[in-house]
Design a protein around this ligand. Structure first.
Ligand code: HDE
Length: 721
């Protein structure tokens, strides 16, 4: 007979239930504290968690085995519906500290009490993919923040892009159906490169501004740590006099903005589908938690009336050059969840979670969202009592009301009274409304005809798309063209491709021509008909570029050091020190996971074997190899990929002289070795290398090594005349 401790799986049980098989084979329980004993949900200690109750050794199982039935019942119900959008997410805890008071504009304590710390929970996400999809999908990133304020929970359910695809919430189900897997085949997963998405988009001109953003490198970020966040809609601040001021919320990463290249993203999804969550997890573990400034754009009706576009239209931004972003505080995300399901999965954000002093506007997308989030929580969490789950409970203030009962109620009001008004004495269990501190809605004057209409002030769909495009650095413009060609070349219907080029003609002629050429269209399709003539007079907004707003140093980045047996121990040490001095991290990659024996006999322990540590995992690489090691690596395809990928991805590559033949065998000729190749030797060279790495990429390289660059460069030259 199988006993605990004898068979496979017994080890797991030992964690909470210590057992020992005595010399006679009989089972003895070692006395221990009660809270280490495995129990059922009813608290009954479990004696055997390895075998179901049976009749005889080989007989049928018995229904009487309540432990088995309870365990299996619970397992069968472990899953809750994943979010219909933003299913793939990663949550962390943090703290917000206010540095500048907005007391002239709002009564919200979280925005007026300078120096106050407010607990936060942030969930990053992608939009289209299912829960198990890869982190590096080309997609918008959700950046949802819950502030547990003294006056209740305030959520900014934002994205890393400040505009959206549609102007009215009624189109959201269509947009999402079109973006997610096609219904007949159930694929493609986590990507927009398919007919249905581009069909919908090509018929939805209001999406064109968003299209520029999603085809830019914003949708393939290097890290959650290097994205911005935006509340998107125009919200409202309300002060003690009841006066309203419009506000747009911004999160600015102190780490600088950074993205990867598309070819890198595709490979990262295979090499490490958890790349973004692992990166944030590690940054917190290393005690280098990321920080963002919370910024606001504040404006009044006068500005709103004079602005070129409607401030209620979520497909438009207000350029920072027109209304600067005022930094009012900082938040740091520095703590893991204890349990992914309990917190990240069960957290429930809602745009209508606002505190006194913060309110809404009539943005029709925001109004629709205010309905949708609460509604979806019931489906997902199964009960109106989802606010009783610890991650959703207010932490900065008490909760008292007469809401009661329902599935899983944890917090029914105590005492006799469960209604109001009532004649019982006011108290914790008999709360009263508070006209002084309670939430007051902004007293907006509204009038109008009931109608299903779109305001003519929402009609310009191309001008800001163009403004975004011309605000990009040349390499970023090229990437937008490349992304459009990639996505549209996965679209089977030629008429959809053509329609999209027709829209691009309203945005930028070079872009349209490059995309048409990339798709092999023999002639340019007709321009899409625009509801209003697109403007060409909007100036570039440098704030919209990622490359222009990169980091100031290599801090927070990762260097991959490829070593072999016999490599210079002194150089490895010097590099490691230089990396540390920059506030960056490194990983050693070697032909064997045990590491490499360096020239002084010490062992450099490897974090990755070369096959598991491709250069896409690193922001820059250093080839610290011996002459023999270089010969060995020159015969290894994966090692050569390490170099050729780093080269193709425009990364900085430090190298020792003896690595040159290896580099050449990896396909990089001496003539291709640009300023991004930095010889390594002494301390100064290592430090200089790390300083150069702050630029992250040698973008000029891409124009030399990519066939698709030619059309783009010709278009640029033609524009310059
Ligand atoms: Fe969402 N969105 N959304 N969304 N959204 C959801 O709520 C919805 C929109 C955003 O990490 C859902 O709890 C509608 C814009 C984030 O838990 C759902 C519309 C922006 C998250 C929903 C939008 C967002 C969601 C799905 C058009 C950026 C993840 C699960 C009117 C400002 C939150 C859930 C998390 C999640 C509805 C458009 C951001 C169905 C109807 C614009 C970051 O309620």
């Amino acid at each position: 007979m199988t006993k605990i401790g004898e068979d496979t799986g017994a080890k797991g049980a030992a964690q909470t239930f210590e057992t020992q098989v005595g010399s006679g084979g009989e089972l003895h329980q070692i006395a221990g504290p009660d809270d280490t004993v495995l129990t059922t949900q009813q608290g009954i200690p479990v004696a055997d968690d390895q075998n179901t109750l049976k009749v005889g050794e080989r007989g049928p199982a018995l229904l009487e085995d309540f432990h088995f039935r309870e365990k299996m019942f619970h397992f069968d119900h472990e899953r809750i519906p994943e979010r219909v959008v933003h299913a793939r997410g990663f949550g962390v805890h943090g703290t917000f500290t206010l540095t500048e008071s907005l007391e002239d504009y709002t009564v919200a304590k979280v925005l007026t009490e300078v120096g106050e710390n407010t607990q936060m929970f942030v969930r990053f996400s992608t939009v289209a993919g299912n829960k198990g999809s890869p982190d590096l999908a080309r997609d918008v990133r959700g950046f949802a923040a819950k502030f547990y304020t003294k006056e209740g929970n305030w959520d900014i359910v934002g994205n890393n892009i400040p505009v959206f695809f549609i102007q009215d919430a009624i189109k959201f189900p269509d947009l999402i159906h079109a973006a997610k897997q096609e219904p007949d085949r159930g694929f493609p997963q986590a990507q927009t490169a398919h007919d249905n998405f581009w069909d919908f988009i090509s018929l939805t001109p209001e999406s064109m501004h968003m299209v520029m953003w999603i085809m830019s490198d914003r949708t393939i970020p290097r890290s959650f740590r290097t994205i911005e966040g935006f509340g998107v809609h125009t919200f409202r601040l309300i002060n003690a006099e009841g006066k309203g001021t419009y506000v747009k919320f911004h999160f600015k990463p102190k780490q600088g903005l950074q993205s990867v290249m598309w070819n890198e993203a595709v490979k990262l999804n295979g090499a490490d589908p958890d790349f973004h969550r692992r990166d944030l997890w590690d940054a917190i573990d290393l005690d280098t938690p990321p920080e963002w400034d919370l910024g606001v754009q504040l404006f009044d009706d006068k500005f709103a009336d004079s602005f070129e576009f409607d401030v209620l239209d979520a497909t438009k931004i207000i350029p920072e050059e027109q209304i600067p972003v005022r930094k009012i505080g900082t938040f740091v995300l520095d703590a893991h969840v204890d349990n992914f399901f309990a917190e990240t999965e069960q957290v429930a954000f809602c745009t209508q979670n606002v505190v006194p002093g913060i309110g809404f506007t009539n943005d029709p997308l925001l109004q629709g969202r205010n309905f949708s989030y609460l509604d979806t929580q019931l489906k997902r969490l199964g009960s109106p009592n989802f606010t009783h789950i610890p991650i959703n409970q207010p932490k900065g203030c008490p909760v008292h009301n007469f809401q009661q009962d329902g599935h899983m109620a944890m917090r029914n009001p105590k005492g006799r009274v469960n209604y109001e008004p009532n004649s019982w004495e006011r108290g914790e269990n008999n709360p009263r409304e508070s006209p002084t501190t309670g939430y007051k809605h902004f007293a907006a004057e509204e009038n109008g005809r009931k109608a299903q209409v779109r305001s003519p002030s929402f009609a310009d769909h191309y001008s800001q798309a163009r403004q975004f495009f011309i605000s990009q650095e040349p390499i970023e413009q090229k990437h937008i063209g490349d992304a459009l060609v990639f996505e549209l070349s996965k679209v089977e219907r030629v008429d959809i491709r053509e329609k999209m080029v027709g829209h691009l003609l309203n945005i930028d002629e070079t872009l349209a021509t490059v995309v048409a050429d990339g798709l092999g269209l023999t002639k340019l399709p007709p321009k899409a008909k625009a509801a209003v003539e697109p403007r060409t007079d909007l100036p570039p907004s440098p704030a919209l570029s990622i490359v222009a707003r990169g980091p100031e140093s290599f801090s927070g980045r990762k260097l991959g050091i490829l070593v072999t047996d016999g490599a210079s121990a002194a150089l490895v040490k010097t590099l490691a020190e230089a990396v540390k001095a920059q506030g960056a991290v490194y990983e050693i990659i070697a032909p064997k996971i045990a590491g490499a024996t360096l020239d002084d006999g010490t062992i450099a322990e490897a974090k990755q074997k070369i096959d598991g540590g491709p250069s896409i995992l690193y922001d820059a690489v250093a080839l610290v190899v011996s002459a023999d090691g270089a010969k060995l690596l020159a015969e290894d395809k994966t090692a050569k990929d390490f170099v050729s990928d780093a080269f193709a991805h425009c990364k900085y590559i430090g190298y020792t002289d003896v690595a040159l033949p290896f580099i050449e065998r990896a396909g990089v000729q001496e003539k291709d070795m640009d300023e991004g190749f930095i010889p390594l030797g002494d301390k100064a060279s290592a430090e200089g290398f790390l300083e150069s790495c702050a630029k992250l990429r040698v973008w000029e390289r891409e124009f030399k090594i990519d066939l698709d660059a030619a059309g783009f460069l010709a278009g640029q030259a033609a524009k310059r005349g």
